[in-house]
Design a protein around this ligand. Structure first.
Ligand code: ZN
Length: 241
């Protein structure tokens, strides 16, 4: 499972290379394939070739004019307008077809939050995470999200009022608990670790693990600068912020 590639082809290729060494039956993409990075079309091509299990992110919608960029900060807005100009007609059409949510068996996926997916809520507080747990379909044990670019595992015991974050990058699921796993960001991590993040869910063992892989971030930075995108978008990659 991967999310928030944001047009960073070097990071995406490093993740796909790492995943090629694992036994992956199904790839799931949680949105924001484009926006910020210099290779939106190339990243879209990779994802389209990889899987049809793809959901929409807010930057995907901004890039096709479906989301008002007045809600974005000036760097994100500038990148969204740049991406809008770069996208091929086929890429634009494709982004317009993506659903807000995805589910299979006891796994549910949404870019931001299962509570009103189209509102792009950031799960940055206990309150909002609890709300997200309440909004999960009743038979769902695991919900995977992206959006904040901060990987994390949240657990809620069925008998408990509140959820808690687990201080680990891996969890074996307890049948008495439900989970929200933020898979982190491939192309623009913001947890202080510049390495690309992704997540593997073992459906047989019911284990989710967040993994990291280093990539050629100098090349990704150079492309952002050469494209005339905001300098800050290149700088932040090396800090993971
Ligand atoms: Zn994002």
């Amino acid at each position: 499972m991967l999310s928030d590639t944001h047009g960073n082809l070097e990071a995406l290729d490093a993740v796909l290379e790492a995943l090629a060494d694992e036994r992956i039956d199904r790839y799931l993409c949680l949105g924001d394939v484009v926006g910020y990075g210099a290779n939106p079309n190339e990243c879209l091509d990779r994802i389209i070739g990889l899987t049809s299990d793809v959901i929409a992110g807010n930057h995907d919608h901004a890039a096709i004019g479906r989301l008002d960029i007045a809600t974005f900060n000036r760097y994100a807005a500038e990148a969204a307008l740049w991406t809008r100009r770069q996208l091929t007609p086929a890429g634009r059409r494709y982004l317009g077809t993506l659903p807000y949510t995805w589910r299979k068996d006891d796994l549910f996926a949404v870019h931001a939050s299962p509570a009103n997916p189209e509102d792009w809520i950031y799960l940055t507080s206990h309150w909002l995470t609890d709300e997200a747990f309440d909004a999960m379909p009743g038979d769902i044990a695991l919900c995977v999200v992206g959006h904040t670019h901060t990987p994390g595992i949240f657990e809620k015991r069925t008998t408990a009022d509140r959820s808690r974050q687990i201080a680990a990058t891996e969890v074996g699921m307890d049948s008495e608990c439900r989970y929200i796993v933020n898979v982190g960001s491939v192309g623009q991590p913001r947890d202080g670790d510049p390495r690309a993040a992704y997540c593997i869910y073992d459906t047989a063992e019911k284990r989710a693990e967040i993994k990291r892989v280093a990539y050629d971030l100098e090349t990704a930075q150079r492309k952002i600068r050469d494209a005339g995108l905001p300098e800050m978008l290149a700088d932040r990659l090396e800090y993971g912020r």
